[in-house]
Ligand binder design. Structure first.
Ligand SMILES: [Zn+2]
Length: 310
């Protein structure tokens, strides 16, 4: 076994809402009399981001109580620990969970953060608050204001949702507020839209990391910029194939990113929806870039944590 196969792992891009155990989602659905199928929660080759995101919503829609989200958070952390993670940055959208539960965004942050700080497991957990782009820039400002009321409980902020329908540049004002507050930023870009989306993120939202960003491989100048600026791409091989951001596993952009010297952290995105684990993503990465590069990626993931000392 290589070192990477036994050493602790760090996942910097994992959605709480996409980490609901299928068994838990099923149990919560039965409570309401629904009869879900496993394929409601688990993605195949969806070919686009939006049908993939619909699976997340299907898994979450029956988690209607605060206690459900505390349980989901505890289970997500336990599952990460079982997979050999030493560090996890778990991200969630208070707006999304509020829509499922009727709680306000502040209460959602408290429920998730309380569960994430009381697990008692040997894993370092940081929380990233998500701004959902799908209601436009004004709503994003409100979501960001709510997140910034909890900078003591969050290690960073993120922009997620319908990338192709809501271009990155429109959200610059919301993320200026995060920069003013000294809160690290990651942005979903270069997943459902091309390199221009990553350029816009870099120029206008100034992220320290990019969620996915794999379509940057289509633009060598952009790869040079990401490498020069040390912007880490949070890459999730299985998810990228399922959403169509990568054509297939064998032709995933990871090799091109590594060859260009772009910093990469290997991630799961949504382990339950994508039916994967971080240890498996490392197996896939070793097949693509070899043991040495996979080990460099593993080490880099720890240093690229928002919660790490800089
Ligand atoms: Zn994501």
């Amino acid at each position: 076994m290589s070192d990477t196969a036994t050493a602790p792992l760090a996942d910097l891009h994992r959605h709480l809402e996409g980490s609901i155990r299928p068994s838990t989602a099923h149990e919560l659905a039965l409570r309401t009399g629904a009869q879900p199928r496993r394929t409601d929660f688990v993605a195949g080759l969806e070919g686009d981001l939006l049908p993939y995101l619909a699976k997340i919503e299907n898994a979450a829609r029956h988690a209607t109580r605060a206690a459900d989200w505390a349980r989901i958070t505890r289970e997500a952390i336990a599952d990460a620990c079982d997979d050999g993670l030493g560090a996890l940055e778990l991200r969630f959208s208070p707006r999304f969970v509020a829509g499922m539960t009727g709680l306000d965004a502040d209460a959602v942050v408290d429920v998730v953060a309380d569960a994430a700080t009381s697990h008692g497991l040997p894993i370092d957990v940081g929380l990233i608050g998500i701004v959902v782009r799908d209601e436009g820039p004004d709503a994003a400002d409100h979501q960001m204001a709510a997140l910034l009321r909890h900078t003591d409980r969050l290690v960073g902020v993120d922009l997620a949702g319908d990338e192709a329908g809501f271009p990155v540049a429109r959200f610059a004002a919301a993320f200026d507020r995060a920069h003013h507050a000294g809160v690290p930023v990651t942005i979903h870009a270069g997943e459902a839209a091309g390199p221009e989306s990553v350029w816009d993120a870099v120029r206008h939202l100034r992220p320290r990391r990019i969620g996915h960003g794999v379509r940057s491989a289509e633009d060598p100048r952009l790869l040079d910029r990401l490498a020069a600026d040390g912007i880490t791409l949070e890459v999730a091989i299985t998810s990228n194939v399922q959403t169509g951001a990568a054509t297939d596993r064998a032709h995933h952009q990871l090799s091109a990113l590594v060859a260009a010297g772009v910093p990469v952290a290997l991630c799961t995105d949504n382990p339950s929806v994508s039916n994967t684990r971080l240890s498996r993503e490392y197996d896939l990465a070793r097949d693509l870039v070899g043991d040495d590069a996979a080990e460099r990626i593993r080490r880099h993931a720890f240093t690229a944590r928002f919660g790490a000392a800089h």
